[in-house]
Design a protein around this ligand. Sequence first.
Ligand code: GLP
Length: 233
Amino acid sequence: MKWESFDSYDALSARAAELFLGAIHADPRVVFGLPTGRTPIGMYERVVAICSREYHCFTEVTTFNLDEYAGISCDHPGSYCAYMREHLFEHVDLDPRRAHIPDGKARDLAAECARYERAIRHAGGLGLTFLGLGRNGHIGFNEPGTSFHARTRVVSLTQSTRSANAGCFANGEVPTEAITMGIGTILESKSIVLLVSGTGKEEAVARLRSGEISEAFPASALHLHSNVQVLTS
Ligand code: GLP
């Protein structure tokens, strides 16, 4: 695990955008795993700003989002689908057929999870996956206690995660379930960049630095991967 610390959120975002665009330059057909949340917004802003000056940027790129709330559709402002449209998809030449997000409104959520895993395999597997870090160490929506072998599935959200993500929902309307890529799915990505910024993450960062590997702390699964960069600010 390689660590890089930055003095500011802006500097972290600039470095993350450099890694993002570097991956496209190295392989225009790169398959990204993509996060949501507050942390990656600065990275997406920079990627969009730079790509808007280039003719083809995302033409052959494929993306898979890590997760989506269950029970809400893409039109809901709190959905990760809406987030991705706002922060990335509407601003770049990414083919909508290659921009994948689990369908939280699917009638059969288990079938949707299986379909998502197949789609990742069909695309050749994840190349570079960016992750954010939940205060309790969650990655995607893999909460403490998740098996490191877990695949894409429906999960219940902890109260702390629901409160942390309450901003986009009217009172008490934060969904209770979500679809998330599993830790096993994430660990199959060729490389991983974990972005850590924001208040209340100090304890999780210290725990990750400690080297402890335990399913009680989902992000610690990243110690089992040989190509992980952690960017902190
Ligand atoms: C949510 C997302 C995670 C994200 C986390 C941290 O729970 N499902 O993928 O990493 O929030 O979000 P933030 O960057 O807003 O702290």
